[in-house]
Design a protein around this ligand. Sequence first.
Ligand code: SF4
Ligand code: SF4
Length: 424
Amino acid sequence: MENFKKLLDEAKKCVRCGICNSVCPTYNVLRKESVGPRGRVALIRERATTGDGAGFGKEFAIDLKACTLCGSCLGSCPRDVDVPKLILGARTAVVESEGLSVGAGLVFKNFLAPGKLAGLALKTASRLKRLLLKSSVGENGLLRRFSLPIIGKGRLVPNLADIFFLDRPEVKKLARVEAKEGRPRIGFFAGCGINYLMPEVGVATIKAVTDLGADLIIPSKQVCCGMPALSAGDRKTAKELAIKNLNAFEDEDLDYITTSCATCSNALKSVFLELLGDDPEHQERVQRFTSKVRDVTELLANELSYKDKGDKKEGLVTWHDPCHLSRYQGVREEPRELILKSGYAFKGMKNPCKCCGLGGGLVFSDYELSIEVTKKKAQNILSTKASIVATACPGCIVQLRDALHRYTPKDELIPKVVHVLELL
Ligand code: SF4
Ligand code: SF4
């Protein structure tokens, strides 16, 4: 099978030096060879050698799931072994030979494509939340009222929006915007995090972009970027979602396409190309689409030249680099430039690009390991004495809020976690 041959060729580049283990967040918590990049490559090599997928069983998938896909190992490897790609390839092989779990299949096929089951189920959940959960004092999140199976004690869960971003009347109005001379036309991709959990970030994006003299168009037929499905090995669904998004944005005459979620901007910019770039039916379309994509921090700092307004604001801000922004897209300067121009004082933290622990589905497959990975990040944030942590990914925001709620000493104020656009 072609897929196994590709996995094997990549895995064979590894010389087992172990340099990658020192930067791997999961290895650094568990100190176990099978949850470090070197061990994962060895496991994939061993299983791919059979060449027929027989070796990719459910048990093997457990070790593969304990990877955040942060990409730290790739940057450290002297042989350029693409471990995250290998892990994604092996997860896909597991799904191809064993199928998806019933729960994952339901979520990817229905919940991540608005307009189907998602709307009804999530709206019901949004109403139920008051029954099961209560607001935490001073933080943006909810705590359980009584013992619940999925939500561990003390876990701060994100608040499901009362009205989803794409359902808001002011957002629906932006599905069609007349072209105006001299005003750049920017397509906005909301993504699930902003749509379901943080509509306020979407609202801040509309304001920031329109204040800079551009028009924001929010196509109503957009769906999930496909990263949750792809991370779980469901490449087929990821591809279907990418095509739906091409269809949704293609009707508009756009100068740029942007999003305020770093995971989504990486998906729209690179993953779509990887999924559809070799497909003769979609090749040209996807190249045209991806060439227009900018993370919102790039768009504001570069294309729309965000200027310092000269205001001075109360509070010390620190910055967390999302893996999908700094490592996968190489965007590091732009968000820092925006913070410096926002009027807040800035203090960088130690190891700002260390993974937050949520990615790759780890927060769902092993919450305890995931939040343990975030512990070091929380300590680095607390050492800065910053009152605000800014970042550019709703997933990182959820994880950092939970970790700071858990790890901030009782006599200290819990830093607020926001999207960098909320500072502008
Ligand atoms: S750094 Fe590269 S070559 Fe060395 S063990 Fe890790 S993956 Fe293998
Ligand atoms: S992608 Fe991150 S978590 Fe996964 S093996 Fe590499 S360093 Fe470890």
